[in-house]
Each structure stands twice: as C-alpha cells, then as structure tokens.
Write a protein that binds this ligand. Structure first.
Ligand SMILES: Cc1cc2nc3c(=O)[nH]c(=O)nc-3n(C[C@H](O)[C@H](O)[C@H](O)COP(=O)(O)OP(=O)(O)OC[C@H]3O[C@@H](n4cnc5c(N)ncnc54)[C@H](O)[C@@H]3O)c2cc1C
Length: 417
C-alpha cells in the first residue's frame, strides 16, 4: 500500500454517513479512501424509510417512557420492544436514555437537533450540485405526519407546537384534505400535518451509489475490508488493522454506524452507542399510488413511495447487533399499513432488518477524538442518518480543516457523556 500523503483521509464505513464525509472532504481537496467489507450503501443506509426528515426535531425519548418497559418486554411484535435476553446489556444505555427525557434535556436536545435537521436537505443540494438534478434520487414533496385516530392527533398537539417553535413549516390537514393528497387512503384516519420542506430519497441505495460513483470518478479509493483496530504511533493511528492486512493511514474518520463503538474506544473515546433495530417491507407491486411519504409516529413506521414500489419501514427492537432478525415484525408493518390503505398488495414483498446506530440522547457523535487530533467520529445518527448525511459531512470537513462552522459542534462531541 502507498504511504498516505498529507492531504489524505481514510473513512471507515461506506454507509451514507461515511460516503457524505468522504465526498465532502474530497470536494475540499483531500484524497479519500473508504474501507468497508460491504458495497457502498449496503448497511443500514440501504433499507431505511428514505425520508429526509427536516421536521424531526424531537428527541426519541418521552417522559414516562420507563413505565412502558414491562410492556416492551412482553410484546415482541409491538412498535417498541426489548428482547428479554438483551435487557441486562441494554440497561446502562436505557438509564441514560431515560435521564434524557426530562423537560430541560428534551428542550436542549430538540434545539441541537433542529440545528442539523432543518438544513439537512439544503446540505445535500450543495454536496450534489455537480450532478444533474434529474440524476439525484431525491424529491422534495413534503412529508405527511398522519394521525390514525383523534386520540393520536390530540396526543401529538404538543409535538406539533414544538416543531413549529423550532421553525418546521407544518400545514395542518383535515381528513378530507389528507384524502385529496393521498387518494388511496381508507376511512380510518383523523387528519395530518404536512411538513412542506421535507423530502425523500426515491432509493436510499441509489443515493449512496451516486455518492460512491462521484468519489471514484474523482480518484477516491474503496477497499473491501473490515477494520479491527489500529496501530498507534506517537501522534495517533499509523495503520488500520483489517482482515485484508494493515492499511497505512494519516487521518481517520470512523463512520461504521452501529459498529463504531469498539473502533472509537481504541481511538480514545468510550461512547454509549447501541442499536435500535428496524425492519422494512418493500412492496414492488403495491396496487396503490402514493406521492408523498408518510410518518405514522403513533405506530412507529413510515410509508414511502420509492422508485421500486412502496416501502413500509420502522419499528424499534432492542436486541443488539448479533441476534437473528424477527421478520414477523416486518409482517406487522404490512398489517398496520393495510388498515390505512385497504387496497395495499404484497405480491413479491421483500423483508429487511437493519441496525440504527443510536445514542441515548438522540444526538449523533460528530466530533474530533478526545485523544488524537487526526481522528474524527461520525456515527450514532439513530433514526435520522439519511437526513443528516450531508450536514454531517460538512461538519466533519470543517473539523478537519479547523474551520468555524455555522452550526455549533458542542452538542455532538464524543466526550459529552
Ligand atoms: C427501518 C429504518 C428506517 C429508517 N428510516 C430513516 C429515514 O426515513 N430517514 C432517516 O434519516 N434515517 C432513517 N433511518 C436511519 C438511517 O438509516 C441510519 O441512521 C443511517 O443509515 C446510518 O448510516 P451510517 O452510515 O451511520 O450506517 P450504515 O449505513 O450502517 O453504514 C455503516 C457501514 O460501516 C460498515 N462497517 C461496520 N463495521 C465496520 C468495520 N469494522 N470496518 C469497516 N466497515 C465497517 C458497515 O458495513 C456499513 O456499510 C432508518 C433506519 C431504519 C433501520
């Protein structure tokens, strides 16, 4: 392997986060190498709901959540579940998660989220401004928060108000107005709120592949290998150890999604990263038309129109990175969606499970390592990694170049725990 030049950076992880970091750095003049055993975008970034959720300015934790833990243990098919065998391992993370549900913390987290979520789409536009717009698999047609019942709508009032306070443009829609926007919807629905500035990827995989193609076209390298640790010199890592041998490095960005924790630890930061597993069911012949993606938060899932059909995606399962998927959870998505869309067809349906990389305060780590100047962390984006890819790339590149960002880095520091 060639020695690395002064201007080169190695990114570990070719998910949407690693790819956005690599592409942003490359556009700023750095030589980039991306290491991943998978093809670009084939980790969690492959199967998400595709929503560029510029309205998602609320933390995942709600006060009183701890009261629901017994129910989560008992119902393996609920929208939020914990595998009993994983409870002991999860407890420290869950305690931190609950500690972040106070009104004060919710407010702070929401403000920090707003600083990166609101401009999410704008940063994609900037990152992809050298690509013809019809080749970018992103549409800005809004995102509809749908309320299946009057009780769901009433329970969402505070959230709607907070979103508006943070600057999210929301248009309240009556059931009739929802029907005009989504003619295929059935009668069981109490209204919606359209986040007009949000967008969606018509194929999250195509978005990652586009970024990867741009990186290669401009001379970046991809190495198919799994990183296991680092050789550390006096100034920081000199090599990354991989299953394909040692690779020399000068500067490193760890962007290995839910698998970043041991790599971050070997580079100076112990972080409480865990995974919220989620499922999707892809319906290639859905039998209905849908133009706008929808979030049904009361039931923990999304319905998104994509280039290859309609994708139902969501739910949260705490079971770690190793346990086998429980695809019955994907079947539940279909059952729920059929209550909204009575005509939904599942011919040729495909099921998938992925690992959201989740921090207990609902905020990603976008940070320099506490120990080494040339090491950066970009992981822990939880439910919002697709939405936050481009803005994360921007913030990491600013850190690498010691530039002041217009967004404050402090809430995203790795040493905040
Ligand atoms: C069901 C579901 C729905 C979702 N919906 C949305 C949505 O609508 N909008 C949104 O914004 N977000 C959504 N998300 C979240 C989003 O998908 C994630 O936050 C995002 O994909 C994380 O990207 P990443 O690059 O950090 O991780 P990944 O995409 O998982 O990429 C990490 C990469 O690191 C590689 N890697 C791991 N270990 C190593 C190693 N040791 N060496 C080298 N490489 C390694 C992996 O192979 C992988 O390719 C959803 C997630 C799920 C599960």
């Amino acid at each position: 392997m060639n020695e690395q030049s002064e201007q080169s950076i190695t990114v570990i992880g070719a998910g949407v986060i690693g790819l956005c970091c690599a592409r942003t750095l490359q556009r700023r003049g750095y030589g980039v190498t991306v290491i991943d055993p998978l093809d670009p975008g084939m980790g969690t970034s492959y199967g998400n709901a595709g929503i560029l959720a510029t309205g998602s300015v609320l933390p995942e934790g709600k006060p009183g959540l701890w009261k629901r833990v017994p129910g989560m243990l008992l119902d393996p098919l609920g929208p939020l579940t914990i595998r009993p065998s994983y409870l002991a391992k999860l407890t420290p993370w869950m305690l931190r998660f609950i500690a972040n549900t106070t009104a004060k913390r919710s407010e702070e987290i929401s403000q920090a989220l707003a600083s990166i979520v609101l401009p999410g789409l704008e940063h994609y536009r900037a990152l992809l401004d050298d690509v013809a717009s019809d080749e970018v698999p992103i549409r800005q047609q809004g995102c509809l928060y749908l309320y299946p019942s009057a009780a769901n709508l009433a329970a969402a009032r505070d959230d709607i108000e907070t979103r508006r306070q943070r600057g999210v443009a929301l248009e309240m829609l009556s059931p009739d107005e929802v029907r005009q926007l989504v003619p295929a919807i059935g009668p069981d629905m109490a209204g919606g709120a359209l986040a007009t500035q949000s967008g969606h990827a018509t194929s999250p995989l195509a978005l990652s592949q586009l970024l990867a193609a741009r990186i290669v076209a401009d001379g970046g390298n991809f190495i198919k290998a799994k990183a296991s640790g680092f050789a550390i010199g006096s100034d920081g890592p000199t090599h990354v150890h991989t299953d394909q041998g040692d690779i020399p490095v000068r500067a490193v960005v760890v962007a290995a999604g839910a698998f970043s924790k041991p790599l971050a630890k070997s580079l100076g930061n112990t972080v409480p990263l865990d995974t919220e597993r989620g499922y999707h069911m892809m319906l290639p012949q859905p039998g209905i038309d849908l133009r706008v993606p929808m979030l049904i938060n009361a039931h923990g899932y999304a319905v998104t129109p994509m280039q290859d059909g309609i994708r139902l995606a969501g739910t949260v399962e705490f079971a770690g990175t190793e346990a086998a998927p429980n695809y019955a959870r994907a079947d539940v998505l279909l059952k729920r969606a059929r209550k909204l869309f009575p005509g939904l067809q599942d011919t040729g349906a495909e099921k998938w499970m992925g690992h959201r990389p989740s921090m207990p305060d609902s905020l990603p780590v976008i940070s320099r390592s506490s120990r080494f100047n040339q090491v950066y962390f970009a992981f822990g984006h939880g439910h919002l990694g697709l939405s936050l890819g481009a803005v994360t790339g921007r913030l990491i590149a600013d850190l690498v170049q010691d530039r002041t960002s217009e967004i404050c880095h402090v809430p995203f520091r790795a040493d905040r725990f």
